[in-house]
Design a binder for this molecule. Structure first.
Ligand SMILES: O=C(O)CCC(=O)C(=O)O
Length: 295
């Protein structure tokens, strides 16, 4: 079985339809190579500094990982908040929440000699399974050409329809996410997938960003990984994706700070704009004028 792929200009609704049907789909060359190279360069030091003691059976014996990328790799925000990625996330997640958030951001570099990672689904931290309710989606950005030789992500097509409790998954029929550098593989949180064996002579590098319903706990703790000082330079959209916002309104509000939307997003920046310290940013001006959201 083959993963269906689309050209970058395909409509998001076509991509979403295949994602819902197959559990995974590729959009080819969605980001320019220049941006991908900048992101790869920004992660290089973290991969090099990978702490070997963090290796687990799950992560593999020849795979390097780095998380919390928005703390040290601002260029990755362009991938994380890429409008086409968010259009797909909107379609899958917004029917079940008011606003979704980043679950995790993980650079993954599979080195030559690595074997197949165990197939898994990403939504298993949540002890909840309701047919048709997707808790999260994942997006793997290819920083290199992904090939069957160098460890392209393996996806078990249709496996999002296996309900954990009573369907025994058939994991034998996976497809490789073969895709050129700059492409994005979308997969549902309920889709079985894994990294592939790297039988080539070069590393295979990618960045997986997950997005989960706004009322769930995010997998990564963004308030520690990207604390307010580090989050401040990002756009409001990215900060909201990091969880610096509320979910819901009134009695159903989650994540409030002092009873409101987290104030540092608004007050501190409004003050900075008033002092003329953050000139020319439409985003900042909008914040300066905005009243805190209240339910
Ligand atoms: O590296 C890959 O292609 C997938 C890795 C993965 O799914 C994971 O580590 O959760």
């Amino acid at each position: 079985m083959l993963l269906q792929s689309f050209e970058a200009n395909a409509s998001s609704s076509a991509v979403v339809e295949v994602l819902r049907r197959d559990g995974g789909v590729i959009v080819r060359e969605l980001a320019p190579v220049g941006l991908i190279d900048a992101c790869a360069a920004a992660l290089r030091a973290s991969f090099a500094a990978f702490d070997e003691s963090q290796r687990t059976d799950f992560s593999g014996s020849k795979t390097r990982r780095c998380g919390g990328v928005l703390r040290y790799a601002p260029s990755c925000a362009e991938l994380i908040a890429h409008p086409r990625i968010l259009e797909v996330a909107d379609a899958i997640l917004l029917p079940s929440c008011a606003e979704y958030q980043i679950g995790s951001t993980t650079g993954i570099q599979i080195l030559p000699g690595e074997s197949d990672q165990q197939l898994h689904r990403d939504d298993t931290p949540y002890p909840l399974q309701v047919a048709g309710l997707e808790l999260q989606i994942g997006v793997m950005w290819a920083f290199d050409d992904f090939t069957t030789e160098n460890g392209a992500t393996r996806v078990v097509l249709g496996s999002h329809r296996f309900l954990r409790a009573w369907h025994r998954p058939d994991l034998t029929g996976w497809a490789s996410a073969v895709m050129p550098k700059g492409s994005a593989l979308f997969y549902l949180g309920s889709t079985w997938h894994s990294g592939g064996a790297n039988r080539s002579n070069s590393p295979r590098t990618g960045l997986i960003n997950t997005y989960c319903l706004g009322w769930l706990r995010s997998e990564e703790n963004h308030y520690l990984e990207v604390p307010p000082q580090a989050a401040r330079p990002y756009t409001e959209r990215v900060r909201r994706l990091l969880g610096y916002t509320t979910h819901g309104a009134g009695h159903d509000q989650l994540g409030y700070y002092g009873g409101d939307d987290p104030v540092w997003v608004r007050q501190e920046e409004a003050e900075a704009v008033a002092r003329g310290q953050v000139p020319g940013s439409a985003d900042m001006r909008h914040l300066a004028g905005a009243a805190p959201a209240r339910g």
